[in-house]
Ligand binder design. Sequence first.
Ligand SMILES: Nc1ncnc2c1ncn2[C@@H]1O[C@H](COP(=O)(O)OP(=O)(O)OP(=O)(O)O)[C@@H](O)[C@H]1O
Length: 338
Amino acid sequence: MITAQQLHKRYGAKTAVDHLSFEVRPGMVTGFLGPNGAGKSTTMRLMLDLDNGGGETLFDGRKFGTIKHPMREIGAVLEAKAFHPTRTARNHLRMLAAGSGIPFSRADEVLDFVGLAEVKNKKPKSFSLGMAQRLGLAQALLGNPQTLILDEPANGLDPHGIHWLRDVLKSLAREGRTIFVSSHLLSEMSLMADQLVVIGRGHMIYNGDVDGFVRQFTQSSVLVRSPQAAQLAEALRRVDGATVTEVAQQPGTLQVSGIETAAVGELAFQHNVMLHELATQTASLEAAFMSATGDSEEYVAREILAPPGTATPPPGGPPAAPPVPPSQPGDTTPGGAA
Ligand SMILES: Nc1ncnc2c1ncn2[C@@H]1O[C@H](COP(=O)(O)OP(=O)(O)OP(=O)(O)O)[C@@H](O)[C@H]1O
């Protein structure tokens, strides 16, 4: 269990982390989300005593600085390419193992585990970002720690690598470990994380389970398809708070919000309306993230750069419209947006 209390950090006049308190529980993956510059890396550095700031972090009740062999209890990767410049991957890990009373054989074990056995005698400076991430994870796992703190470990991994990482972290969590991981890959996070800590501009936005985050920051709706859709729509419109929209190009299909799925089914039954489909439509983690952090974005692209030689809009004029992606075969929405 990690207990972070009142973590804070200022850079001059700027508050990077503003009195954050949260817990990261064992046996599950806790995702750490926030827009660029939200303070995720700074928070992780504060947790590991790698930065000066305020607040306190306890790992199973103990401060990082009081743990005799931290590598054997807490594995961390905060920078993808933080390796010894001249040692081979294997010797880099052996050196760390020696410093923490870990047997040398463990270096080969973890290199094998992360898929780097073939390149273990190469220097990490020749590694791609994805390979460096794998070596970082090997380093974090070297001491077989109870706790893992990983800053964007999926960055640079190919799709197979991302899938592999998800399986690894989930299975390490199932073993009862405490996993705290930041990522900008929201679809990945929705598959991997059980709990979320979401911050914006150094402030806590949400701390709780993933479903709760999606529920809190989006509105779910009900999709209902019926050969008597008009009759059902009429009944639904009489329900207080319910909003009914006919789905374009899908005759007999209604999108309903402001009413539970079960209540739609019951209403259909009461009005002798036959249903062909009744489904709850839950918004994505990405939609929830956009809604929750929209006001906290610090670095926002304002306009599309005009190609050389084309006129730029006058200052104060309307911003350039974002380009509409071309439709793909099979797209059902204008512009091909999914
Ligand atoms: N060494 C530094 N000096 C001054 N400001 C800094 C320093 N490090 C971070 N900051 C600022 O603190 C804020 C938080 O930065 P941090 O790197 O923790 O954010 P982050 O959430 O990890 O961002 P990203 O997702 O882009 O990696 C940012 O506004 C950043 O500019």
